[in-house]
Structures are given as structure tokens and as C-alpha cells.
Design a protein around this ligand. Structure first.
Ligand SMILES: [Cu+2]
Length: 166
């Protein structure tokens, strides 16, 4: 009974730390977070990035940023040559694998932008995972013409901060 009590206590001590996204290093890191610059009339923009997960399966359940009235998790698919998007309650993050958000697929959508996103801008984005807690990243805004985004962008400073606030 004594040993079991210690194990229980240790378990309880770890859970709140993870929930707060504090001392424990997150098993999830975020790389290359970028958003496409918006035309001055557009009220929406999408953001893309890669999640490296070294831990168990997780789920991205919330994204928050100050740049728009709403932030949603979206998936995009093509039907009869038309791109359609729909919002998801969460994005599944596979265990010990990379999950890629990219144009034409999964993305984070900013709806009712407060101001147009301009190339070279950066803004903070808070991502909340069911298990890993909240991770702060910095999103770099790239030219509206960055159609693929994933090509040749490696050295252009799209690396997001990870784990803790700057
Ligand atoms: Cu969308």
C-alpha cells in the first residue's frame, strides 16, 4: 500500500505541470509556422506548420491568436475541382510521428481578420493539445504567392518558438 501511495502521489504531481505547459518539456514541437499574407480585402487567412510528436497520440483542440475574431481548425478537400473547407473540433496528432498542416490540407484558419496580414509580419499563436498542454509559437507571414510554402522555405526563418513564452 505504501508503494502504491507514492506512485499515485507522483502521478498527481505530474498532471498539473503538463496541463499548465510549464516545466516538463513538451513531447510536441512545432516547426516552420507560417501564414499566407492576405489581400487587403480578404477577411480570412490560413496558417501552416509541422508538428513533431515524440510522445503518445494527442489532439490539437484549440488555437488562439489576437489577429482575428475567431480561430478555427480546418481541413480542406477537393470535390469536382472545387476546394471546400470545413471546421473540425480537433486535429489528431499521431504518436511518434509528424503531422503536417499545409496548403490544400489541414490548416489553422483565422476568420474576420482585424487587419490584413503583411509579408514579414510575425504574430503569436497559442496551440492547446489535450495531453501536451499549451504551446506558444510565432507565425511568420509570407508572400501571398507562396503557393507551396514547403519548398525552399527551410532557411527563411519560419521556425516557431516552442514550449515557453519568449
Ligand atoms: Cu480554412
Amino acid at each position: 500500500m505504501f508503494v502504491r501511495a507514492i506512485v499515485l502521489a507522483a502521478g498527481l504531481a505530474v498532471v498539473p505541470l503538463w496541463g499548465a505547459g510549464a516545466q516538463e518539456p513538451s513531447p510536441i514541437t512545432v516547426e516552420g509556422a507560417w501564414a499566407r499574407a492576405s489581400a487587403s480585402v480578404a477577411r480570412v487567412a490560413g496558417a501552416f506548420m509541422t508538428f513533431h510528436n515524440q510522445g503518445p497520440a494527442d489532439r490539437l483542440i484549440k488555437a488562439e491568436a489576437d489577429i482575428s475574431q475567431r480561430v478555427e481548425l480546418h481541413t480542406q478537400s477537393f470535390k469536382n475541382g472545387m476546394a471546400t473547407m470545413r471546421s473540425l473540433p480537433g486535429l489528431d496528432i499521431a504518436a511518434k510521428a509528424d503531422t503536417v498542416l499545409e496548403p490544400g490540407g489541414l490548416h489553422i484558419m483565422f476568420i474576420d481578420l482585424k487587419a490584413p496580414l503583411k509579408e514579414g509580419d510575425r504574430f503569436p499563436l497559442a496551440l492547446t493539445f489535450e495531453r501536451a498542454g499549451t504551446i506558444q509559437v510565432e507565425v511568420a507571414v509570407k508572400a501571398a504567392g507562396s503557393m507551396s510554402g514547403m519548398d525552399g522555405m527551410g532557411g527563411m526563418g519560419g521556425m516557431g518558438a516552442q514550449g515557453e513564452k519568449p
